[in-house]
Design a protein around this ligand. Structure first.
Ligand code: SAM
Ligand code: SF4
Ligand code: SF4
Length: 385
């Protein structure tokens, strides 16, 4: 079905192509792996998210609404995508500059053919002090039952599975392709069996759509070793028709959970962690390790830009410094221009050193960006979550 709303006329395909000019290299730019590369706000580069496809077999309304991503939508051609060799070349440079964690994402990353081969190569990379990387993947779980074992054998350590409810009709409505919840649960079980843990399950909470699934989800995953995380519905991209009144603030999620289970706040595991962690409490009010923990990701109501250490590489090799960016930097042309990696390393260095992105923090202090520029924000399915 075609939609005649104004958003349908935004030439999304064209927006993807516009790259920012490279910032001028600062003198004495850090290419020395011992001194961390930091941006203008003192944030180190630690986490690289790599989108391996802009395609998806779901049409979650908050991410790839059917009205926009319909049969006429033009996805990136194969020649535009970074090959696995190119992705590994870029990743190697990032790792040399401080990245310790790589997350594969998309679109739906398991739709990318032979993804295991990419994982195998990434798993061989080492940090400057010889440590293996933390490699993970975010998936909608639809193909996980089939692929979990091969992913694990290739060197993937853990997965995050997105699941927005346990009620089958709510879930089918949210993925908007009538996909049954049972198959995602089978995927999660297969990932557990394959040792892809600790598994995280991400639930985007949309008020009025699936907020009544918060407690059933908590009940289901409590005590399983799986960490359930509730994500505030975000104003990413320009197509999901985001409205503040559909955001369920994390504080209210916690309040709901507390009505059923006592919780105790936990310290963050690592700097730059996106989730605030809570443990289920025992009868003495202490964290109960058997019951496990949950997390809330309050991207809208409690900005965590202050220690955001994440860079995002789009499917076609554009580097984005923020989930809410309008434009990226074209690393693909640098990769394809030369087999030498010096220019690539210099480009990443100068781009990160010039970074000042902090959209969520600014959103909290001024009106959300509803300008024509705001309507040009890049889609999450293109740069990955
Ligand atoms: N297709 C995979 C999946 O769904 O897990 C990976 C890509 S998806 C873009 C990554 C994550 O972004 C998912 O957990 C998804 O729920 C989340 N996401 C997408 N749009 C969102 C939005 N508007 N607000 C909050 N989270 C969103
Ligand atoms: Fe696909 Fe993931 Fe976006 Fe849903 S959130 S449409 S599964 S990319
Ligand atoms: Fe990082 Fe941008 Fe999100 Fe802030 S809004 S936490 S800078 S991705």
């Amino acid at each position: 079905m075609r939609n005649s709303s104004p958003s349908r006329t935004i030439p999304l395909h064209d927006l993807r192509q516009q790259a920012l000019p490279l910032p001028k290299a600062s003198t004495g730019a850090a290419s020395d792996a011992r001194s961390p590369l930091i941006d203008t706000l003192g944030r180190p580069l630690r986490d690289l998210r790599i989108s391996v496809t802009d395609r998806c077999n779901f049409r979650c309304s908050y991410c790839m609404p059917k009205e926009v991503f319909d049969k006429d939508y033009v996805y990136l051609p194969q020649t535009s995508l970074l090959s696995f060799e190119e992705i590994v070349r870029v990743a190697r440079q990032f790792v040399g500059l401080g990245v310790q964690k790589i997350r594969l994402t998309g679109g739906e990353p398991l739709l990318r053919k032979n993804l295991e081969l990419l994982i195998e190569q990434l798993a061989r990379l080492r940090t400057p002090d010889g440590q293996p990387l933390d490699i993970t993947l975010t998936t909608n779980g639809s193909l996980l039952a089939r692929k979990a074992r091969a992913l694990r054998d290739a060197g993937l350590q853990r997965v995050t599975v997105s699941l927005d409810g346990l009620n089958d009709s709510v879930f089918r409505q949210m993925n908007d392709v009538d996909f049954p919840v049972s198959e995602v649960l089978e995927g999660i079980a297969a990932a557990q069996q394959a040792g892809l843990g600790p598994i995280k399950v991400n639930m985007v909470v949309k008020r009025g759509t699936n907020d009544h699934e918060i407690l059933p989800m908590a009940r289901h995953f409590r005590g399983t070793g799986i960490v359930l995380r509730f994500i505030e519905y975000m104003d990413v991209g320009a197509t999901n028709g985001w409205r503040m009144d559909e955001v369920m603030p994390s504080a209210q999620v916690i309040e709901q959970l507390r009505s059923a289970y006592p919780l105790v706040a936990l310290e963050p595991c690592a700097p730059g962690e996106t989730a605030q962690r809570w443990a289920y409490a025992d009868s003495h009010g202490h964290a109960d390790p058997q019951a496990g923990e949950i997390g809330v990701i309050s991207s809208v109501t409690q900005a965590f830009c202050g220690d955001c250490n994440r860079a995002r590489l789009s499917t076609e090799g554009q580097l984005y410094l923020c989930l809410f960016a309008h434009q990226g930097y074209d690393l693909r042309s640098i990769v394809r221009a030369s087999e030498e990696d010096g220019a690539l390393q210099q480009a990443i260095t100068s781009i990160w050193q010039a970074r000042s992105d902090r959209y969520s923090l600014l959103r909290a202090t001024q009106a959300a960006d509803s300008s024509p520029q705001g309507a040009r924000r890049v889609e999450m399915s293109y740069i990955g979550g």
